[in-house]
Design a protein around this ligand. Structure first.
Ligand SMILES: Cc1cc2nc3c(=O)[nH]c(=O)nc-3n(C[C@H](O)[C@H](O)[C@H](O)COP(=O)(O)O)c2cc1C
Length: 459
């Protein structure tokens, strides 16, 4: 039987997410991004198109690396202005039935005690359709505006993140049993006190002695997404993630990451396919290959390469404002997003990337490939990546928003359905069930399940 392809839409509540300059395309309606209907309509489009989930990226600062300030970022709307993705989720959930919502929240700046309540609230309000994209954050200006002098060093962010997760599992799984809420008027018991436990967490980075603030939602712990691809980031993913997002320009570059993940899972006694792996891609589709190529050429007229370099600077902490377009890019270790830089340098194969190559590549589709063609060509290419990169699905970014998502649903989804490649959505299922095919709660072999309370358990 052919393996179904999972589709996740990758978006951000901002004018420019991955394709700088394309907001100027005549079909773009992204200037409506501050209206809730923009997001509820997008959610409906994605659900109709067979997407399993919508993943909303988020950062907590502005990209002020290029030229040493945020001028280019601000002028070009590069991940700025940026709205809070968590706030829109209940409205999008109310407009849909099966679509999952991956929200980004930072373990470097949030407090576990409060974030656990927020995510549990979303789990209740979406009937178990919320997933959490766990990020450690890489933007220096976020650190400075959130009370630090600069970023916590890269690997230490992941050490803190490990302990953050331990606290979250204790709050999600080990504080209040799922059936604690009795609402029994005759007995005058709303919540059974025997089912509520203090977590007593005292660690290197966090102290949380008390009980969780909310009774668990349908999933207990929301489905866990992660996208760190550095060595330390991958260790973290192997310990915690149920789904991983990678971005790489070619299937070969991606494959080297994917193999490491699958080997690492095996070393930890987990199945090689215990984690769903998604590859970033931007799709430009039309009736025929020729029409799609013409559309790509048209899109290229709107790219803004200078703001692409400001996006790159934000990811990597590297200021290319003084570089000549012919200079080549080299790897240096930074405290920012190490894998973003590695994908264009150490992992990029024989051909060194010039600054011009880089700006042109990033300006359309960010760090992922742009797949262009008729519906049949696009789906052939998906099948090639699935095999060559050994992935489970795609994280679909849009250049012209929301037109590209609408075109995907109109052109690509019917071809996927014709080939039997779209998973059938399951009514009333949680996002964990939709994506992994397993039950609503964390799998027994997941590290978080160790904190789960049994019947009448005490911690
Ligand atoms: C597809 C994808 C989406 C990401 N989304 C976010 C995001 O929304 N917010 C964020 O702070 N980091 C995001 N990241 C960055 C990672 O979570 C991670 O912080 C980054 O890759 C740096 O970690 P590393 O050095 O371990 O790779 C994303 C990365 C990828 C590949």
């Amino acid at each position: 039987m052919t393996k179904p392809i999972l589709f996740n839409a990758f978006d951000m509540m901002t004018p420019v997410h991955q394709s700088p300059g394309l907001w100027r395309h005549p079909e773009s309606r992204v200037d409506e991004f501050t209206q809730l209907s923009f997001w509820t309509d997008l959610a409906k489009t994605l659900e109709d198109g067979g997407f399993s989930s919508l993943f909303l990226a988020d950062i907590l600062g502005v990209y002020d690396v290029y030229g040493g300030n945020a001028d280019v970022t601000n002028r070009a709307g590069v991940q700025f202005p940026l709205l809070d993705p968590l706030v829109a989720v209940p409205a999008m959930a109310a407009a849909t039935k099966t679509l999952g919502f991956g929200v980004t929240a930072s373990v470097t700046y949030e407090k576990p005690y409060l974030l656990a309540r927020t995510l549990t609230t979303l789990d209740h309000f979406t009937n178990g359709r919320v997933a959490w994209n766990i990020v450690t954050s890489y933007v220096d200006s976020a650190a400075r505006n959130l009370g630090l002098k600069g970023q916590i060093p890269h690997d230490e962010r992941y050490d803190r993140a490990d302990e953050f997760m331990e606290v979250m599992y204790k709050l999600f799984e080990g504080s209040i049993t799922p059936d604690a809420l009795k609402a029994d008027a005759d007995a005058n018991v709303f919540v059974d006190p025997n089912e509520v436990h203090d977590i007593g967490h005292e660690g290197k980075f966090f102290t949380v002695p008390g009980q969780a603030l909310a009774v668990p939602g349908p999933q207990g712990t929301p489905l866990l997404f992660q996208a760190g691809a550095s060595k330390r980031g991958q260790e973290f993913a192997l310990d915690h993630a149920e789904a991983i997002f990678f971005s790489g320009p070619t299937p070969e570059i991606l494959r080297s990451w994917v193999d490491k993940v699958r080997d690492g899972l095996e070393e930890r006694g987990r199945a090689r396919d215990a984690v769903k792996i998604f590859a970033l891609a931007t799709v430009i589709v039309d009736d025929t290959d020729e029409a799609a190529e013409a559309r790509l050429a048209d899109y290229r007229r709107y790219v803004d390469t200078e703001s692409a370099l400001s996006l790159f600077g934000g990811w990597t902490g590297i200021d290319l404002s003084g570089a000549s377009p012919e200079d080549t890019l080299e790897y240096v270790s930074t405290e920012a997003n190490q894998s973003a830089l590695a994908s264009f340098t150490t992992m990029a194969g024989d051909k060194p990337w010039t600054i011009r190559d880089l700006a042109e590549f990033v300006a359309l589709g960010g760090r992922g490939p742009v797949i262009t063609g008729s519906p049949a060509t696009i789906v052939d290419e998906f099948e090639r990546w699935m095999t060559e990169a050994d992935i489970d699905g795609f994280n679909i970014a849009a250049a012209v928003r929301p037109a590209d998502a609408e075109r995907f649903t109109k052109y690509v989804s019917p071809e996927l359905r014709r080939r039997g490649l779209l998973p059938e959505p399951v009514a009333d299922a949680t996002v964990r069930e939709q994506l992994t095919g397993a039950g609503p709660r964390l799998a027994e072999d997941h590290t978080g399940a160790r904190y789960r309370l049994g019947e009448g358990a005490r911690v």
